[in-house]
Design a protein around this ligand. Structure first.
Ligand SMILES: Cc1cc2nc3c(=O)[nH]c(=O)nc-3n(C[C@H](O)[C@H](O)[C@H](O)COP(=O)(O)OP(=O)(O)OC[C@H]3O[C@@H](n4cnc5c(N)ncnc54)[C@H](O)[C@@H]3O)c2cc1C
Length: 373
């Protein structure tokens, strides 16, 4: 039994089947992209996978990180393309929990009821280095006015709320950043996209412009100047979960490639009989196992309240690069079949490239690890 009791066990047992069923719905889609993405998210909500880490008092499943990671891995086996929506809402929930502001509870309840959140951090000029953020939150008598533009926002056009990282202008760089809750229906919020033309075809990713968006004073999560540390902590906690998703998708590739290598014969033998293929699979199987141990270790450190920053980055770095390398090998091993329309391997290959960037690129993970040595 995994940590988290019977509820966690039941969710884990159903996870792969839920991912498979939702993944299969992609192929029969007729609705528009937003409508479809929302319906898929609602599928997760109905099955109970959208609020694994939320406290039971807010309507969540109340699971620990280790349990949630094992479930994310299973969901990702068939549905890696659907995971960004879940990961983003989980990330925003974490920010709300970290900020611990009085209003957070109500927003956590909204998430538990199926509300979708988007995280607005990245800008054209501010990617890996978020101290370059130009989006502003100017204090007014009633609260704040938000102005600026954000890029590559997962859930952009289906989110009910955004968490926007903006500079309050009192201090420069990281000390000037604040995190603000913004209702996406407010006047002045414009959403563009979906814009991502490569990978995560089932997710909506776009940009958002904020023009004099007026928000109440209690929309500030925590205190002005705290956002940098809130964001870093929430990203740290999210990284092993992204790693778990990578492991789930890599296990799917392992099953697809080994089945193919056993069945496909060339030169009078199945492909798996050639060491050029079987040794690559042996290396990848070893890396896959190591990736799983790394993410499980980082998540259990979080659960036990110990320091986990370095382990979280190691897990993300290793698992996402293992998935990317596996996906490249899978394209090679399947030959021309991998390039056919609707090829699962091709989709995972595209998603794998994007998973490298999410929650900090590989080099950012290396910077974090190096800083902890
Ligand atoms: C699919 C997808 C979804 C995303 N979703 C969201 C979202 O929902 N919300 C959001 O706010 N953002 C989102 N992002 C943005 C993501 O967080 C950024 O892409 C990431 O932070 C990197 O920023 P950048 O793309 O501007 O690259 P850059 O920061 O310009 O980096 C480009 C390259 O340079 C390298 N690099 C940068 N600095 C250094 C250094 N000091 N040393 C060595 N190498 C370095 C990086 O590793 C990278 O390989 C998403 C991105 C993708 C691809």
């Amino acid at each position: 039994m995994i940590e988290g009791g019977d509820r966690a066990d039941a969710l884990l047992r159903r996870a792969r089947e839920t991912g498979r069923a939702l993944g299969a719905r992609l192929r029969g889609q007729s609705a528009g992209k937003e409508e479809h993405a929302r319906a898929l998210y609602d599928g997760f909500v109905k099955a109970g996978y959208h609020a694994l880490l939320l406290p039971e008092a807010c309507g969540g499943a109340g699971l620990g990180y280790a349990s949630a990671g094992a479930i994310y891995e299973e969901l990702s086996y068939h549905a890696i393309g659907l995971m960004p929506a879940l990961l983003t809402t989980a990330h925003c929930a974490e920010l709300l929990k970290i900020a611990g502001a009085g209003r957070s509870f109500g927003y956590l309840e909204r998430i538990a009821r199926g509300g979708i959140f988007g995280f607005c951090l990245t800008e054209r000029e501010a990617g890996s280095d978020i101290t370059g953020i130009r989006c502003t939150a100017s204090a007014t008598e009633k609260g704040y006015l938000i102005n600026g533009e954000k890029s590559v926002v997962i859930n952009s056009s289906i989110a009910d709320f955004f968490i926007v990282i903006a500079t309050t202008g009192f201090q420069k760089g990281r000390a000037g950043l604040g995190a603000f809750l913004v209702d996406t229906t407010l006047p002045g919020v414009e959403r563009f996209g979906p814009e991502c033309g490569f990978g995560f075809e089932e997710s909506v990713i776009g940009s958002v412009r904020f023009s004099d968006v007026s928000i109440p004073g209690d929309s500030l999560l925590g205190e002005e100047g705290n956002a940098y540390f809130q964001v870093m902590e929430s990203l740290d906690k999210g990284r092993p979960l992204v790693a778990a998703c990578c492991v789930g998708a890599a296990r799917r590739l392992m099953d697809i490639v080994t089945a193919h290598a056993r069945q496909r014969e060339q030169f009078g033998k199945p492909l798996i009989a050639f060491q050029g293929i079987s040794f690559r699979l042996a290396d990848l199987a070893t890396r896959l196992k190591a990736a799983r141990l790394l993410y499980a270790d980082a998540l259990s450190l979080i659960d036990s309240g110990r320091e986990f920053t370095m382990e979280a980055s190691m897990a993300k770095l290793f698992a996402s690069e293992t998935l990317r390398d596996f996906a490249e090998f899978a394209l090679e091993a399947l030959g021309h079949r991998a390039f056919e329309d609707g090829s699962e391997v091709r989709n995972i290959f595209n998603d794998a490239q994007l998973l490298i960037s999410i929650d900090g690129s590989s080099n950012v993970q290396r910077m974090v690890i190096a800083s902890q040595l």
